[in-house]
Design a protein around this ligand. Sequence first.
Ligand code: ADP
Ligand code: MG
Length: 645
Amino acid sequence: MEDRRVNILLVDDRPENLLALKAVLDSPEYCLIQANSGMEALKWVLKKKFAVILMDVQMPTLNGFETAKMIREREKTKDVPIIFITALSQTIENILYGYSVGAIDYILKPVDPIILKCKVDAFVSMYLHKKKVIEQSELISKRTKELEAVSIELRKKEAMARAVGETSIDTIVFFNEEGEILSVNPAVTMMFGYLSNELIGERVDVLFEFSIDNIPRRANVDTVGLKKDNTAFPIEVHLADAEVENEKIYVCTIRDITERKQHFAQLESLVVERTKELYKINKDLQREIEEKKATLNQLYESEEKYRLLVEKAPETIIVRKVKSDKITFINETGVELLKANSKEEIVGMSIYDIIHPSYHERAKKVYKEIEAGLPVLPYEEKFVCLNGDIIDIQVKIIPFVYGGEESLHIVIRDITEIKRNQEFIQQSEKLNVVGELAAGIAHEIRNPLTSLKGFTQLLNHQFSTESDYVEIMISEIERINTIVGELLLLAKPTEDEFKQVCLEELLENVRMLMSAQANLHGVVINHINQQTIHNLFFNGVENKIKQVFINIIKNAIEAMGNGGKITLETTRLDSKVLIAFHDTGAGIPAHLLHKIGNPFYTTKEKGTGLGLMISKSIIESHDGELRINSIEGKGTTVEVILPVC
Ligand code: ADP
Ligand code: MG
C-alpha cells in the first residue's frame, strides 16, 4: 500500500535537538526522517521527496547553508522549502546569506513548538496544494495531448472522407430530416448536371423521379434519377442515416447504372438470342434423334428382314472366320441341304468336315487367294452331307466382317440336279448319236443279211440236206433281221403321232430286242397269257411305249445280278389291259419304294434315275397308269395299265 504520509526531513547534528523536533511534529500524517549531518541530508534528498526540510545551520563538515545550496542546485529539489533553525546569535548578514541560498524561513532557537508546528503545517499544506496543482496540470496536459491526438485523427479522417467524396464517381448527398441538402460531392455535376453549391438547401427529391421516402435504409436499390435537364436515367441508391448531436443526417450514395443497364440489356438480349439458338439447336437435335430412332427402327426392321432373307434364302449361307476354319454361322437352308437336324450340329464344325476330301486341296488354295485379296470367281465342288450323301455345289465366297471378326460369307447353291440334267443331256446326246449311227449300221447290216438269207435258201434247195442246219441258219438270220429292224425303228427320228398299235406285236418285238441282253445276264423272259392280247390294239405312240417296256425289262435284268426269270403277264380288264413284268431280282426295300420314280433317284453306279420317271410320264400321257410293287429279296412287279381300242 502506498504511503500517503508527507515526508519531512529533520537535519541536526545533535540528537537531542532531533528528538525535540520529532516530539513537536509527531503526527500520523507526517513521516519524520532524521539526518545527523548535511551529507546524510543530501543522501535522503536523493532518495525521497520532501514537503519541507528543517535544517540546523551550525553543523560540522557541511553546515546548513552549504547543504541548502547543494539542494537548491539540484533541479528536482530546487523548490523544496527549507526552514533554517538557528540561534539568536546569528548576524543579520548570516540571515541574508541564508535566504540567498534558498531558505524560506528562519526559526530561532529556542524553538517555540507551537510556531514550529504551525509553520511546518503551513508549508506542508502549501506543498500538498502545490502537489495537487502539479498533478492537475499533468492531467490537463495529458488530456490536451489526447485531445490533440484525437483531433489529428479526426482531421485525417475528414481529409480522407473529403478526398473520397471529391474523387468518388458516385454522387454522395447529405441531407437532414426535412430533406434539405446539406452537402453534395462534385460527382453530382457529372451525373446530374448541377454544381455542388447550387444544390445546398434544395430538397433532395429534385434528384429523383420517385420519392426517396420509399427507399429502404442500408440496401442497394435500383431506381430512376432525374438530371437538371429533366432526363431520367437508371441509378442505384444506397441510403444510410446517422445521428449527429441529436440531429438525424442522411447520407445517400447514388451510382449511375446506365452503362450497367445497357450491358445488362445487351447481355439480356444476348441471352435471349442464345436461348433462341439453343432452343433451335435443341429442336434440331431432337429431330435428329427422332430420325436416328426411326432409322434405327428401320434398321431393326431391315435387320429382321435381312435375317429372314438370309435364313430362308434359296442358297445355303455359311460363315467362317478367316483365321480359323470353324463354321460360325449357317442358315436354315444350309441345315436342310446338309441333312442336319439343327444349326448346332454344324456350327463349330470345320469347313473341311463338309467339303468332299477330293476337293480339300482346291478349297485351301481358294481360301489362300481370298486372304491375299485376289478376286475368286464362283467355282464348283462337292459336299458330304451329315448322312453321307454327296452333293454337287457351286460356291461363291465374299469376305466380310462378322461379329467384329474378319470372316468369309460362303454362298452355296445346290447344283446336283443341274449336274444330273447336264449328264442326262450329255447322255441323250450320246444316245442320239448312237441312235443315228445305229440307223446307218442297221442298214449296212440288213443289206448283207438279205443276200445271206437268199444264198442260204439257195443252198437249201441245191443241197437239200437232211439236216436242219440250214433251217436254223435261216431262222437266226431272220432273228438278226428283226432285231436290227427294231433298232432301226427306235433310232428313227421320233414322230409323236398317235396310231393304232398292235400290243401283241409290240411286246413280241421288245422281247426279241431285249433277249440278247437277257441272255448275256442269264435271264429268261417268258410271256404268259399271251392269247389275252391277241389282236388287241391300243391308241398311242409306238416307239414311246416300246421305250417304256425296254426300260422296265432293262431294270429287271439289272436287278438280277446272278440271272433269273422275267415273267410278262397280260390281263384284259374291260376297256383296259394290264401288262405286268415280274422279276426274281433283289427287290426294293419298303422304305425306299416311295422314292422310286423320283427324278435322279438311282441305286446304280451308272444309273441316271430317269428311266422310271420318263416311263411314268409316257404312260400317263396315254391315259394309263404305272405301278411298282416289290418285296425285298423276292422280286419286283411293274404294272402298266393302258386303255385299249
Ligand atoms: P436307273 O435304272 O437309271 O437306276 P430307273 O428310274 O430306271 O433308273 O430306276 C430307278 C431305281 O429303281 C433303280 O436304280 C433301282 O434301284 C430301282 N428299280 C427299278 N426297277 C427295279 C427292279 N425291277 N428291281 C429292283 N429295283 C428296281
Ligand atoms: Mg433304269
